[in-house]
Design a protein around this ligand. Structure first.
Ligand code: 3HC
Ligand code: NAI
Length: 696
């Protein structure tokens, strides 16, 4: 913990005053930092020997923004020592001596707002600047919506504030956010720049009006957001606040921004997104895994099975720079797998997201094979063959015989017992589940499944590997379906029951889509393949005993309707893969209702959402109590990263907290369900999942 006087340090180089921010790891504007910058500006203004001031970040970055931890304190009524950054920015801007902001790493949110209060901004070529507040469900709150359009123009400001993506130094130079890009040492370049400007007149961003005149930009931004659909409060308010910059004085515009900022900050959307921001980082910390657990070097890998998942996983490794051996069982299957990989890369090239040369480089890292030759040299082997225990055990026995000691043996199984798979080897300590999500090269989630005997070092290596692969690894225990799929079962079953009882597939999917899910549950089934769930039900009848079965879905599969892969499932798909209503399904639904004596009734969107989402929550509560998820936030992140649950609702368990657990329990009882004991306990005690941890 830094002493307050260490957070911001003043020094000088001749007539140039230097203010250095030292608040690792990312120089967030925690209490003491804004005050320190303001004090530095005041100190150097009072010093007649100083002619210009440079503000720079110590360590790896400029300023990553306001301290997000303070927001939680503010909204939960706790004491926050954060002061208004708006006033600090005014003090910087009112400096009688020019202030030059020297940027490396990222200037984000309040960091860019602080930078825009300076009179000049210079940056290294690798720097990025952005207003990502919208990703936390808020809008810029320190005049970002007022200064950015004055500096960069309305279209750029709207894009940056509404969508939150950072821009590169060269783009920032082009649109006027930066005044120069420094090629050599940043501090020296900024000092030289400051010397050039010392004594010359300079202006304040807040006094500029020349870039606020693009009348059509606001309407265009609204239309673009409308077209995308499902706008969040912060996205809409970001446009409103920038519009205020075009209509009001700077001071009144700031007041409007403050009003919208507060509205967003206290919204559940913002609470959910801030929970997701910290959640994504929290899951990397495994409480029972010592911080100094050795991480083994993984430099080369092999993948077995070049189907949907194996092919995608091979791409993930190749994208991260690993040489990959990709093994199949027949030349035809191998050729098919490699062709799919080639096609997927070619599509990315066509979309302009990859160059031809990059594609060739990545393809060059993947070597197809039909034998285990070379498997003795790799550091990790990922198995992705059919979901069948006997086959997986056979494969693990084979790789146990060829892999070198210390090689990690990973399975991509989505439901099977990792310990049973490991038992086929003489080294169960080296076996772990790495459960990728489809499409593996797109989805960010990686469930890391530890078995009863998996070594800590193997666990730590798998988590570190996730990061290397640009995935979010979440550690889970070895239960049927692990965390994600175990919860997905009851969720999707409930979706079908709603159809049996009277809803149409479209109504069910629309209700969940409107709730914020990336896709409705039935359309998701079609995408993943209805045969996958069917096979699981066939192979594990004991697991589903006593539970009402999704008979319509079984009948769809038995009719050869596997979903998108066969062009027909719950819906029929045209060439553009748009789902369309299908008479076969409508008739089948009527038939099943008749056979089961169900008189269809009107089902509301509210009932649809509560029954499906509460089914997720109830199973999540069981999983938590049984210890297969470490914390409720792990479940939340699995759903946000792997199942299209809206980040702005924070994940299913956080969502339950926002509804109130007592209400959730009451509703479940009204459905005739038995709520999970942990859920009942927390509801009775007036507590939340988020604050609960398993007693040791
Ligand atoms: N406030 C508090 N903590 C922050 C933070 C912030 N703004 N930004 C990052 N951190 C913390 C992270 O939680 C993490 O903590 P941990 O080590 O305990 O898990 C640590 O700093 C390092 O962060 P990352 O692991 O994310 O480091 P990376 O190097 O991968 O990424 C980054 C760096 C790009 C800066 C990334 O952290 C990031 O995107 N941060 C958030 C940026 C942001 O949203 N800024 C806007 C804040 S809101 C605001 O400014 C409102 C204003 O308008 C008033
Ligand atoms: P798939 O059927 O598309 O591919 C399996 C591949 O394994 C086939 O290409 C087959 O030829 C190959 N194979 C079979 N025996 C082999 C052997 N002895 N040696 C080498 N290759 C062999 O199956 P998919 O969907 O890729 O699933 C693979 C695994 O991933 C399964 O365990 C599944 O549960 C899991 N999974 C699937 C997801 C999905 O959405 N499809 C998502 C996450 C996990």
């Amino acid at each position: 913990m830094s002493e307050p006087q260490d957070l911001v340090v003043f020094s000088r180089d001749g007539e140039i005053g230097i203010i250095t921010i030292n608040n690792p790891p990312v120089n967030a504007l925690s209490p003491g930092v804004p005050e320190g910058i303001a004090a530095g500006v005041a100190t150097f203004n009072a010093d007649p020997a100083i002619q210009a001031i440079v503000v720079i970040g110590g360590g790896r970055t400029f300023i990553a923004g306001a301290d997000i931890k303070e927001f939680g304190k503010i909204t939960s009524g706790q004491k926050s020592a954060a002061i208004g950054l708006v006033d600090v920015c005014l003090q910087i801007e009112d400096s009688a001596k020019p202030v030059i902001m020297a940027i490396h790493g990222t200037a984000l949110g309040g960091g860019l707002e602080t930078a825009m209060a300076g009179h000049y901004r210079v940056a290294v070529a690798s720097a990025q600047v952005g207003q990502p507040e919208v990703k936390l469900g808020i809008i810029p709150g320190a005049a970002g919506t007022q200064r950015l359009p004055r500096l960069a123009g309305l279209p750029v400001a709207l894009d940056m504030c509404v969508y939150g993506a950072p821009i590169s130094a060269s783009a920032a130079l082009d649109c006027g956010i930066l005044d120069d890009v420094i090629m050599g040492d940043l501090l020296q370049g900024a000092i030289d720049f400051a010397r050039d400007k010392a004594g010359l007149p300079f202006s304040k961003v807040r006094d500029r009006q020349d870039k606020l005149t693009d009348a059509g930009a606001i309407a265009a931004a609204r239309a673009k957001l409308e077209k995308r659909g499902r706008a969040l409060l912060a996205e809409t308010r970001a446009i409103d606040a920038i519009e205020a910059a075009t209509q009001l004085s700077f001071a009144d515009g700031c007041a409007k921004e403050a009003e919208y900022f507060k509205e967003c900050l206290f919204s559940n959307q913002s609470k959910g997104m801030i929970h997701s921001f910290f959640g994504e980082r929290a899951v990397a910390k495994i409480p029972d895994l010592a911080k100094d657990t050795p991480v083994l070097p993984v430099k080369s890998v092999a993948v077995i099975g070049a189907g949907t998942m194996g092919g995608g996983i091979a791409m993930v490794y190749a994208n991260a720079g690993f040489p990959v051996l990709l093994k199949e069982s027949t030349p035809e299957a191998l050729e098919r797998g490699l062709a799919t990989i080639r096609k997927n890369y070619a599509n990315t090239v066509q979309k302009g997201r990859l160059t031809e040369a990059e594609m060739e480089q990545r393809l060059g890292r993947i070597t197809g094979t039909l034998t285990y030759d070379g498997f003795d040299a790799v550091d990790l082997i990922t198995e992705a063959v059919f979901e069948n225990m006997a086959l997986k055990q056979q494969i693990f026995a084979e790789i146990d015989a060829v892999a070198r000691p210390g090689c990690i043996l990973a399975s991509n199984t989505s439901t099977l017992d990792i310990d049973a798979i490991a038992s086929a080897t003489k080294r169960p300590e080296w076996v772990i589940g790495t459960h990728f999500f489809s499409p593996a090269n797109v989805m960010r989630l990686l469930e890391v499944v530890r078995g009863a005997r998996t070594l800590p070092t193997v666990q730590a290596t798998a988590m570190a590997l996730a990061k290397q692969l640009k995935k979010t690894g979440v550690m889970v225990g070895n239960c049927f379906g692990f965390v994600g799929n175990r919860m997905f079962g009851p969720y999707r079953r409930e979706a079908e029951l709603l159809v049996q009882e009277g809803a149409t597939p479209q109504q069910v999917d629309a209700a969940l889509y409107n709730f914020g899910m990336a896709m409705g549950p039935l359309a998701t089934g079609d995408l993943a393949g209805l045969d996958v769930g069917w096979r699981v039900r066939q192979e594990n009848p004991a697991h589903f005993a006593g539970v009402r079965q999704p008979v319509i879905e079984d009948r769809l599969v038995e009719a050869g309707r596997y979903g998108q892969k066969t062009g027909q499932g719950w819906y029929t798909y045209d060439a553009s893969r748009r789902p369309q209503e299908d008479a076969f399904v409508t008739n089948l639904i009527q038939e099943v209702r008749k056979q089961n004596g169900i008189v269809p009734r009107a089902i509301s969107a509210e009932e649809t959402v509560t029954r499906t989402i509460y089914a997720l929550i109830n199973e999540g509560a069981h999983i938590l109590a049984e210890g297969f998820a470490l914390r409720s936030v792990d479940i939340d992140m699995i759903y946000v990263m792997g199942y299209g649950f809206p980040a702005w609702r924070g994940g299913p368990m956080f969502y339950a907290d926002t509804v109130g657990l007592a209400k959730v329990v009451e509703k479940m009882k009204s459905f005739g369900w038995t709520p999970a004991p942990l859920l009942v306990q927390l509801a009775t005690e007036g507590r939340r999942f988020t604050d609960w941890s398993r007693p040791l």
